[in-house]
Ligand binder design. Structure first.
Ligand code: C5P
Length: 232
């Protein structure tokens, strides 16, 4: 799979999601399904969107004991998603177990991506709530290196970190980057943003774009603009 734009379908129901996806009659976007939609609609929503011809990034961020994560990943693998993820904070052993669970009998598997520190966690909360005293940049890079060591395919990171992750973990280690906004668009609650063109320049492999597409007056035009800037 090459560079692509992943549309974050942060909708609360299947009905709203299908209404949105029905707009795309030509190129079928790579779709991110998150916890809200998955917990509302269950595995059926994954099967249906797959049947409609979309690739799927199932963003459920697993974090539990290795055995539980392994078994859960095996279930997600049977759903035939293209990318799924977990928290690198679950340890190298949990990530290795996840990969085992994800790998099908024929050796194929979805790509597995790690979340490092959530962007909602800053230095202060990391120190006060988690008692992690290292600088947050170092923690993020350490988690990325752990994910690489466990055999994962990449990490979710800010576009501003993509270059550093590639330098430390190799250029084939994937970077999936949210926080993308058009140069003339609203940044909303995203603090550190980049345009699709900038994300391409610094070497992001996939950009995850939500509201600049889902809340646009013309979502198909906004999606096509992302593809033109990032992929073409
Ligand atoms: O609407 P917007 O483009 O901000 O959506 C970005 C998507 O990426 C959302 O689904 C959000 O949960 C996700 N995300 C993020 N920042 C992270 C990790 C995930 O914005 N650090």
């Amino acid at each position: 799979m090459g560079k692509d734009v992943i549309v974050a379908c942060d909708f609360a129901s299947a009905e709203k999601t299908y209404g949105f996806l029905d707009l795309f009659t030509e190129r079928k976007p790579f779709v991110k399904i998150g916890m809200e939609l998955f917990y509302a609609e269950g595995p059926q929503i994954v099967k249906e969107i797959k049947k409609r011809g979309h690739k799927i990034f199932l963003d459920l961020k697993l974090h539990d004991i290795p055995n539980t994560v392994k078994k859960s990943m095996s279930v997600l693998s049977n759903l035939d998603v293209d990318i799924t993820n977990l928290h690198a904070g679950g340890t190298v052993r949990m990530m290795e177990a996840a990969l085992e669970g994800l790998t099908r009998d024929d050796g194929t598997r979805p790509l597995l991506i790690a979340v490092t520190q959530l962007t909602s966690t800053d230095q202060e909360t990391m120190e006060n709530d988690l008692l992690v005293r290292e600088p947050i940049d170092k923690v993020v890079m350490h988690y990325a290196e752990n994910a690489k060591k466990a055999g994962l395919d990449g990490v979710v990171c800010s576009p501003l970190e993509a270059q550093k992750v590639h330098d430390a973990c190799g250029k084939d280690f994937l970077t999936i980057t949210p926080g993308v906004r058009f140069a003339d668009g609203d940044t909303g609650d995203q603090k550190r943003v980049m345009t699709p063109a900038e994300a391409k320049k610094i070497g992001s492999d996939y950009i995850v774009v939500g509201r600049p597409i889902t809340a646009a007056e013309d979502p198909v035009a906004a999606y096509n603009r992302c593809v033109a800037e990032f992929v073409d």
